[in-house]
Write a protein that binds this ligand. Structure first.
Ligand SMILES: NC(=O)C1=CN([C@@H]2O[C@H](COP(=O)(O)OP(=O)(O)OC[C@H]3O[C@@H](n4cnc5c(N)ncnc54)[C@H](OP(=O)(O)O)[C@@H]3O)[C@@H](O)[C@H]2O)C=CC1
Ligand SMILES: O=C1O[C@H](COP(=O)(O)O)[C@@H](O)[C@H](O)[C@H]1O
Length: 498
């Protein structure tokens, strides 16, 4: 039995927002797969909670349909579904009234001794009201934990208020602020790469690294989440959380151990070292874009403006793409730009971190040998997780010295040949185990908002419109200009060729 199949304690998982997109598309499949792996023990239960008046049988039918739709064909089987379906329950309750809470209380009677997880997969505005009712109805036990989905709030003030509200019911150790990027296999591999190899740490600094690129590109649009997305945009939806966490893991100092506080202490130092982006440098450091109609993977797709919820009848200025030039002002990274970009309706679904090392100081090779390109370390988070090191090598054969770029490629699928749990599977079980290392601490979330908010404020103060880009491209031309002004270029080719 491997660590990721070791059984966890018996639990009650209460999923608030159980009829929503996140619960049906990600959380139920993750719990189902953990059951299939044999990790879920005893009479553990999964209880969905939301306002819709559904019977448990109706909810089960909905859940089965979602599992069949979102799992791979070979992952869904009748035996696991029989077991998992029997764990499923549904209670209709409203977070903003007392409706349904008595019934919830009944369902949990006599189960105070087992691990109880409240997963809040609802709008963050409901985190406070739900916590308050959990307390009022006596549902918070010693073994309770609460999971808060991102984004927590929409600015620093709302994040603080929500953290205060939840914090008045749960102790900080009981609060798990999830960022599912931290559960991705290759994200954790960044820690192994940096701190379990002696090779990289000596060159992981301004003396050796020219710049870093972090790209999280999606081919999808807003997928029926227009109402939420239009009020959010790419900076709040992706940068404030996922991209900043990746930036922290690349940029942080070695923690003294993998202990939860040690890792989080180092991440927050990075967040505190970020050079502020405000009105004075917003134009040079940021680009915001919005997709127009185009084609992705050969299929025609409409403009963001046509998505349900976009603008609510008025032209929307919400960004579906953002590119940033970020600087970490400390000894290690002084002068090394980190270029970040994320967008919807891009040419490929790919998330990559590229560390570009400095050019050799002097070439000993004749001009005809070809150009020496800088070494690249490419950490691909998805799809096809891999770590590649691009080196210069001699083109084999006679005929003199010719140089060419070659890759050392550690493909996870080929090297490890086993299925590893996806991010939600891992993180959901970490909550049951009581391991918060891969979750965000309150001060981290607030530091990330503090930095992000000054960008939001500067955009608003300038009143610029989002720049258009054609769906299926790498964003507006201004994004190319952002990096090319510095004599650098995005590594787009590597992303589409893999
Ligand atoms: N979807 C995704 O891929 C991701 C989502 N998130 C975050 O997760 C959260 C949920 O997102 P998503 O699932 O997409 O949203 P949805 O709008 O699809 O779902 C919202 C859920 O909340 C329930 N709900 C709404 N109001 C109440 C209420 N007053 N009392 C009880 N339940 C209520 C809804 O059910 P009902 O109407 O029946 O009450 C529904 O189940 C959001 O904060 C989002 O930002 C984070 C990462 C990815
Ligand atoms: O949190 C979110 O993440 C997804 C992208 O996640 P991934 O694991 O598929 O890369 C994004 O589509 C969504 O808008 C955002 O809320």
């Amino acid at each position: 039995m491997t660590a990721h199949t070791a059984p966890v304690d018996t639990f009650d998982y209460l999923v608030f927002g159980g009829t929503g997109d996140l619960a049906l598309r990600k959380l139920l499949p993750a719990l189902y797969l953990r059951d299939k792996a044999g990790q879920i023990t005893g009479d553990s239960r999964v209880m969905a909670v939301s306002r819709s008046q559904l019977s448990p049988a109706e909810y089960k039918a909905k859940a089965e349909e979602a599992l069949r739709q979102h799992l791979h064909a070979d992952e869904f089987d009748e035996e696991t579904w029989g077991r998992f379906g029997a764990r499923l329950d549904y209670v209709a309750a409203d977070a903003t009234t007392t409706h349904g809470w008595g019934e919830l209380q009944e369902h949990l009677k006599g189960r105070d001794e087992i691990v109880r997880v409240f997963y809040l997969a609802t709008s963050p505005e409901l985190f406070g009201p739900i916590s308050e009712r959990l307390r009022a109805f006596g549902l918070v036990t010693e073994k309770s934990r609460v999971v808060l989905e991102k984004p927590i709030g929409r600015d620093l003030a709302s994040a603080k208020r929500i953290n205060d509200e939840v914090g008045s019911v749960f102790a900080e150790e009981q609060i798990y602020r999830i960022d599912h990027y931290l559960g991705k296999e290759t994200v954790q591999n960044l820690l192994a790469l940096r701190f379990a190899n002696s090779l990289f740490e000596p060159v992981w600094d301004a003396g050796h690294v020219d710049h870093v690129q972090i790209t999280v590109a999606e081919t999808v649009g807003v997928e029926g989440r227009g109402g939420y997305y239009d009020n959010s945009g790419a900076l709040r939806d992706m940068v404030q959380n996922h991209l900043m966490q990746l930036l922290c893991l690349v940029g942080m100092e070695p923690p003294v151990s993998l202990d939860q506080e040690a890792v989080r202490d180092e991440k927050i130092k990075v967040l505190r070292s970020l050079k502020p982006i405000g009105v004075e440098n917003i134009a040079a450091s940021t680009v915001r874009g919005q997709y127009r109609a185009g084609a992705v993977n050969g299929a025609a797709v409409g403009a963001y403006a046509e998505e349900a919820g976009a603008g609510n009848g008025k032209p929307s200025n919400t960004e579906t793409f953002v590119a940033l030039k970020v600087e970490i002002e400390n000894w290690r990274w002084s002068g090394v730009p980190f270029y970040l970009r994320t967008g919807k309706r891009m040419p490929a679904k790919v998330s990559e971190i590229v560390i570009q090392f400095r050019q050799v100081p002097h070439s000993i090779f004749p001009r005809g040998a070809g150009e020496i390109t800088p070494n690249l370390l490419i950490v691909r988070l998805q799809p096809d997780e891999s770590i590649r090191l691009n080196l210069m090598a001699k083109d084999p054969g006679p005929g003199g010295m010719r140089l060419r770029e070659a890759s050392l490629n550690l493909s996870f699928a080929e090297t490890f040949k086993s299925r590893f749990p996806d991010a939600y599977e891992r993180l959901l079980m970490d909550v049951v185990r009581g391991n918060p290392t891969l979750f965000m601490r309150r001060d981290e979330v607030e530091a990330a908002w503090r930095w992000t908010e000054s960008i939001l404020d500067a955009w608003e103060a300038r009143g610029d419109s989002v720049k258009p880009y054609i769906a299926g491209t790498w964003g507006p031309s201004q994004s190319v200009a952002l990096i090319e002004r510095d004599g650098r270029t995005w590594h787009d080719d590597a992303m589409t060729t893999g």
